[in-house]
Design a protein around this ligand. Sequence first.
Ligand SMILES: [Zn+2]
Length: 419
Amino acid sequence: MPEVFADLVGQDEAVGTLRRAAAAAAAVLRHSAERTLVPAGTVDGGTPADGVAPAADPGAGMTHAWIFTGPPGSGRSVAARAFAAALQCAYGTGCGECPGCHTTMAGTHADVRLVVPEGLSIGVGEMRALVLRAASTPSGGRWQVVIIEDADRLTEAAGNALLKAIEEPPPRTVFLLCAPSTHPDDVSVTIRSRCRVVPLRQPSPAAVAEVLVRRDGVAPDVAQWAAAAAQGHVGRARRLARDPEARKRRDAVLAVPRRLTAVGAAFDAASALIEAAEAEAEASVAEADAAERAALETALGAGGTGRGAAGAIRGSAGQLKELEKRQKSRATRAQRDALDRALVDLAGFYRDALTMALRAPVVPVHTDTAEVAAAAAQKWDAEGALRRLEAVLACRTAIEANVKPRIAVEAMMLALWKG
Ligand SMILES: [Zn+2]
């Protein structure tokens, strides 16, 4: 296994910061281990394990709360996980070889907790339980690490529960938050003020292509096409390079501009886009849904006939309902994510038309529809292309603001048709 930071594409500055912090964190551990050897009473003030040390101490590069920011696909959660591994690494470097590195990267380290919100938000109950467990002493003797993916999806109450923990951190606990930005809409100002920010940039298509070739064994020409089409989103580039279904869905989205020939076609295109997103989302959650339901039914003893089975089933109705609620929330989120990916692809097409109308010397996002975009640019001019691009972006904004997706997409398609 290569060292843990190898998968962070095009993020040299962030990797430098994290390496220094991991080294500082290792120094904190060594320092406190040495101090425990000093006879009791001679240690000034703190306990041996008072953790993250103030400036001028060996741990100056380390702190207990971090926010990783960057556009989707830039590798926020990859960075957080790699940093967690480096904190648990026996050598304090993230060597990729020791058990600490291995188990963290595999998601099985006992002292690394990963929160991936499956619904549209992370609730207060989940956060309280997490904060409580995070306060315990690390079983591996190093750090308790809590990674919160999509910290922008914390409910206000959950954010407050987290804030309390960050304000009075247990001595060996480290919080790693991932969010699109440090805008107050994403992370509360008070949480932000207690965290060190690691900004990640959108990796260049060349950097993304390079990692697809090196790590995933993708052919160089396919890697280059996928990296450009994914617009800096590493995971999306990998899917496009390897999953024919993902390519088919993208093709269908990019056919939309050509299909908008009449008002009826605009509504048809809206329906097609929504239904494709629903189908994609359903496929992505169906397996997990069925497995969860089966597990819960087994746990509840469904099908039992013995005494008490009827009572157990009555009591279990609430749990099944709770599960269905959670699954519905996850399905809604998967749909929104799928729809958003489609809108990003579509925006890429109109961006190509715009840059071509302006004769800007930039590489197109979608090389395979570049000819269509060039023809459209001639017909529309820069202004017409810009209006259409804005219509797509306005649709994304509207859906983010909880406008019903179908209404937002229909409005967008009409705007694209009218031009
Ligand atoms: Zn290691």
